[in-house]
Design a protein. Structure first.
Length: 311
């Protein structure tokens, strides 16, 4: 279940709010050398917000207006005001410092990482009935145990759990966006792609299954899909995983958009669920291991990162 924080022509951003990790808030605060001064939050879990930037914390909370400020000025340094949601999402440490003193927002939900969709990706998935949409209920977000949250939100649509099919349309296994929490337990085999444009070889998509790198594909344009089809026929994956590169600060660039377009093309051509993974450091990690083919090794790293996000 994803709370959508931002949706524009450039894409969308959201937080998974029903997949708790094994970390509680006091443990997270200990890791950042802060006490947790809020006894009411001592049993609150930290959630896996998505596979993008899982090393960073994201705090969903009720609005906190800066003292003496009017309008939408937040009390914290880096806050997104969520339109129409009555909530804010903060990424700066000052919100944690406020909670450490016993202050801060009354209601909070903390995640590690977030989920992201590229340009047009969420619209495509909505058109394919991948997602059920419902207005956010703050009581469900903040006051309902994660094990009951999906049922509670389904009830807002007048549905019960037994009425919701695990598939979509005529296809089995609805694909998720970057939110790996939506991966069906039926999916057992994945094929991963490290998308790149290294000169002068053209496009290269190393692929990996549950073991070492399977191949490195060198082709341009539509020609690259023939070897991809052969790899899919050989490995028979339940879903595909595509590494999407970003700048170190999380900003997108030309290759980000190319990789996201490639992911959409895979979904459209082969009818398989496609998941995106932030892979900004995969090649660096592969090089650090002295891999003979750094690109192919990157595909393995992307797949391992994706599989870890499911545990």
């Amino acid at each position: 279940m994803v709370y959508l924080c931002e949706h524009s022509e450039r894409g969308a951003l959201g937080l998974i709010i029903n997949k708790p990790t094994d970390i509680k808030l006091p443990g997270l605060f200990e890791k950042v050398d802060l006490p947790l001064g809020r006894p009411d939050l001592s049993d609150a879990p930290v959630f896996l917000g998505g596979p993008v930037q899982t090393e960073r914390g994201f705090v969903l909370h009720e609005p906190m207006q800066a003292l003496g400020e009017q309008g939408e000025e937040s009390a914290y340094a880096s806050t997104m005001v969520i339109p129409g949601g009555g909530l804010e999402m903060t990424t700066s440490k000052d919100v944690l410092e406020a909670l450490a003193t016993g202050a801060g927002p009354r209601r909070v939900l903390v995640t590690l990482g977030y989920s992201a969709w590229g340009e047009g990706q969420l619209e495509s998935e909505l058109a394919e009935n991948t997602w059920l949409t419902v207005g956010a209920d703050l009581a469900v977000i903040f006051d309902t145990p994660s094990t009951s949250a999906t049922t509670a939100h389904s009830a807002l649509l007048g549905l019960q759990a037994w009425q919701i099919s695990p598939g979509r349309g005529t296809h089995e296994g609805a694909p998720a966006p970057s939110a790996s929490a939506a991966v069906s337990p039926r999916f057992q085999t994945f094929l991963a792609f490290d998308f790149g444009l290294p000169p002068p070889a053209g496009l290269r998509q190393p692929v990996a299954g549950h073991g070492p790198a399977a191949a490195t594909i060198q082709a341009e344009g539509d020609a690259r899909f023939a070897p991809v089809a052969r790899a899919i026929a050989e490995w028979q994956p339940d879903a595909l995983v595509v590494g999407v590169p970003y700048h170190p600060d999380g900003a997108s660039h030309d290759n980000t958009r190319r990789a996201q377009r490639f992911a959409r093309q895979l979904r459209g051509r082969f009818g398989l669920p496609v998941f995106e993974v932030d892979e900004r450091y995969s090649t660096t990690e592969a090089l650090a291991t002295d891999a003979r083919d750094a690109d192919a090794a990157s595909a393995c790293i992307i797949l391992e990162q994706f599989l870890r996000s499911l545990s």
